[in-house]
Ligand binder design. Sequence first.
Ligand code: ADP
Ligand code: ASP
Ligand code: MG
Length: 413
Amino acid sequence: MRIFKFGGASVKDAAGVRNLADIVKAQAEDALVVVSAMGKTTNALETIVQAYVRHDTQTLQATLKTVSEYHQHIMDELGGDFPAANQTLNGLKAMVTQPATGSYDEVYDQIVSLGEIISTQIVAAYVQQRIHTARWFDARQLVRTDNTYREGRVDWAKTGQLIEQAIGHKGINITQGFVGQSADGHTTTLGRDGSDYSAAIFAYCLNAESVTIWKDVPGVLNADPRWFDETILLEKLTYQDAIELAYYGATVIHPKTIKPLQNKGIPLYVRSFLDPSAAGTVIGNFKQSLSTPSFIFKVNQVLISLHPNDFSFIAEDNLSRIFGRFALAGVKINLMQNTAISFSVVVDNNPDRVPALLDQLKQDFRVNYNDGLELITIRYYDQRTIDRVLLNKKLLLEQKSRYTAQLVVRDLG
Ligand code: ADP
Ligand code: ASP
Ligand code: MG
């Protein structure tokens, strides 16, 4: 059994859905196909949640209309009947006429997860016309998580049982990425861009032969082609290198995807849905990756430096207080560095979270911060590549390990 994963970009229109069916038909007799919400639907559903909770009827109705017409247009272009998808769309419209219950994050998961449900209902109905044996599965019944809404933590033992019982190893099976359910029956999601991770969860539980994630790029490149004109395809990557690249922010693979596959030695292919005959990248148990320098850019970074008010050193007690505050504020640290009397961190400058965190930190520390920065990570760096990326940049902080260099810079251009 192989796992195929198609993201939002691959099913953004009717041509994309047809292309998905072509790829599945040509490449797999037995597969589990994990599909995301279509195009930018998840963003639109986030707008719906916000408008619903804030009673902003105008935005709510306008966005519902956009989401509904968008899917309707795809169904019209594909032709045929889509009763399940239409029912889900009507369910969404009905849901937001009722008062919201539960926390914001709980409401978010109940609504945002519907993007994947509708998408797979459309894809399954269409694929069934082309490949008659295709079956649709509700991943909410299969992926068991705790009730951490928007970042559900997987209960691997229960999920393994549920998936193994439900999904046969023959034929074409279709299900959703990103969604799960807590033990008390509430829908959860696995965090934005979590569909790659879902593919890995299914692969792990089914002892799959391989996972293929179909993307709009030729494979894993040595830099994001949105930022770099000249990129190189990395044909083979070790799990370790793939984990490092994803962890530091190469968004082509969700960082949680790789570890479960590594544990079972399941190869991960990253291939282009625009050129399905090309080999792309294979990630597996290789001795060594090619040591081509790879670049990861994160923009809109803020460097926060903390100095204890009481002239104490940056030692265990201060560090545990600092980390506690970051965890509570939900702010992830991209880089950290300390001296005897100061502690510096670089984080994404999230306007919903960082200002509140700074206020908290100011209770115990003198706080300096610099915003509008870039964090550049180079895997397999050498001085020449560092010098090249530093052209026209002011270097504020640098950190090097054996294979990875991280540079916090201000763009002077
Ligand atoms: P999906 O449709 O599956 O959600 P994503 O948009 O999350 O796909 O991932 C594909 C995108 O990842 C590409 O369009 C590309 O801009 C970006 N990307 C970032 N880093 C890399 C990299 N190192 N190699 C290839 N693509 C990258
Ligand atoms: N649809 C979800 C998102 O946009 C999950 C995914 O696409 O991976 O975040
Ligand atoms: Mg994605």
